[in-house]
Design a protein around this ligand. Structure first.
Ligand code: NCD
Ligand code: ZN
Length: 324
C-alpha cells in the first residue's frame, strides 16, 4: 500500500539527544509534521523558531517541519514578520499540560492576537482542557471552542487530540472548527492506562477516556469526515520522568502499521485522514512523497534511547518499507 505525503498534524520532537533519538521514527513514515512549540523556553520568537527549525532540518531528509509558535501576547508587527514562516499558533491554557506553565491565563487577554491571526489567516491550534475534574475537562472546554468559533468566524481553530465524543459534533455546527485525533485516543481506553496494572506510558493529557468515546471517535474517523485529521501528539519522555508522572505517549514508531490495521482495506479513508484532509483544509502546498507499507510481520521497538514507545514489542501485520 502506498500513502501519498503523510502528515502528522501534531508532533513533539523536543531538542538535543531526544530529538536525535526519536526523529527517524517520524521521518520514515511522514513527509511533514506540525511541530509543537512547548520547549523550555518555548518557541515564541523568530530566533528560537529559526534555530529549532534548523535543528530539525539538520536531523532529517525529505521532511517538512510545519512550525507552530507558543501563544503569548504577540504584536501585529511580530505576527506580520512571522506569519509566512509558521503553520499555526498553539494555545495552551496555563499549567494544563507538559511545559505549559507560561500558557494563557485568560482567553480574553489574547483576543487582540486572535483578531490579528484571523486577519493574517494564521490558524489557531488549541489544547482544549479546563482545570475541572480530569474526565470532564475536554467536554467543559467545548464552551470555549464554541465562543472562539463564534467570535472569530474566519479564524481556523484546531481542536487538538480530541478524546471526548462530545467535541466531535461541534465540527458540523461550526464551519471554522477542525480536529486532530491521536493513535492512542483512537485505539485505547482508560482501561489500558489504569484498568489493570497501572501503565504510566499511556498516561497523557487529555487522559484517554471511555469505550463510548473511543467508539464515537472511530466512527467519525471511519466516516472519512473531512475536518478530522491525524495528529499523533507523540510526546516522548525518558522512562524515569514517565515514572514520576510526566504526561505524554510516545507513539511515533507504531503509527502507520497500527493505522493500516485499523483501516484494513479502506485505503481511501486512510489517505484522507493521514494527508488529504489536512492539505485541503489548510491549503498546504508540500513536496509530495510516497510512503510504502508492506504486508509483512513487524515488531515495534522495545526502547528508543531512554524512551518506551507505545505498544513496545507488539507484532503488526504491516511494516513501513523503510522501517528504522
Ligand atoms: C504533551 C507533551 O509531553 O509535551 N503531553 C501530553 O500528554 N500530550 C503536551 C500536550 O500536547 O499536551
Ligand atoms: Zn501535544
Amino acid at each position: 500500500m502506498i500513502l501519498n505525503t503523510p502528515i502528522d498534524m501534531h508532533l513533539h520532537l523536543r531538542e538535543g539527544k531526544i530529538l536525535k533519538d526519536v526523529i527517524p521514527y517520524t521521518t520514515n513514515q511522514f513527509a511533514a509534521a506540525v511541530i509543537m512549540p512547548n520547549l523550555i523556553p518555548p518557541v515564541d520568537n523568530r530566533e528560537k523558531l529559526e534555530s529549532y527549525k534548523a535543528e530539525i532540518l539538520e536531523n532529517s531528509e525529505n521532511f517538512t517541519p510545519l512550525m507552530n509558535l507558543f501563544m503569548r501576547e504577540y504584536t501585529e508587527e511580530e505576527l506580520l514578520d512571522l506569519s509566512e514562516d509558521i503553520f499555526a499558533i498553539k494555545l495552551y491554557p496555563a499549567g494544563i499540560t507538559t511545559n505549559s506553565e507560561n500558557g494563557v491565563k485568560s482567553i480574553e487577554a489574547i483576543y487582540p492576537v486572535l483578531e490579528i491571526m484571523q486577519e493574517l489567516d494564521i490558524p489557531l491550534s488549541v489544547h482544549g482542557e479546563t482545570n475541572g475534574f480530569v474526565l470532564d475537562r475536554e467536554r467543559e472546554f467545548g464552551a470555549v471552542y464554541k465562543k472562539l468559533a463564534i467570535d472569530f468566524p474566519k479564524l481556523k481553530v484546531i481542536m487538538e487530540h480530541v478524546g471526548t465524543a462530545d467535541l466531535l459534533s461541534l465540527l458540523d455546527e461550526y464551519e471554522n472548527l477542525y480536529a486532530t485525533v491521536t493513535l492512542h485516543h483512537l485505539l485505547l481506553t482508560l482501561d489500558d492506562v489504569a484498568g489493570g496494572m497501572l501503565n504510566p506510558h499511556y498516561f497523557c493529557k487529555p487522559i484517554i477516556k471511555t469505550p463510548k468515546d473511543k467508539m464515537e471517535i472511530q466512527k467519525f474517523v471511519k466516516s472519512g469526515h473531512k475536518k478530522i485529521m491525524f495528529g499523533s501528539d507523540s510526546a516522548p519522555h525518558p522512562i524515569k520522568n514517565k515514572l514520576k508522572g510526566a504526561a505524554g505517549v510516545f507513539s511515533a514508531p507504531v503509527i502507520l502499521p497500527a493505522l493500516a490495521e485499523f483501516f484494513e482495506g479502506d485505503n481511501e479513508t486512510f489517505q484522507k485522514f493521514i494527508s488529504d484532509n489536512a492539505r485541503e483544509n489548510f491549503n498546504l502546498n508540500l513536496p509530495e512523497r510516497q510512503v510504502e507499507l508492506i504486508e509483512e510481520e513487524w515488531i515495534a521497538p522495545y526502547i528508543v534511547g531512554d524512551i518506551k514507545p507505545m505498544w513496545a514489542g507488539k507484532k503488526f501485520r504491516y511494516k513501513v518499507k523503510n522501517a528504522v
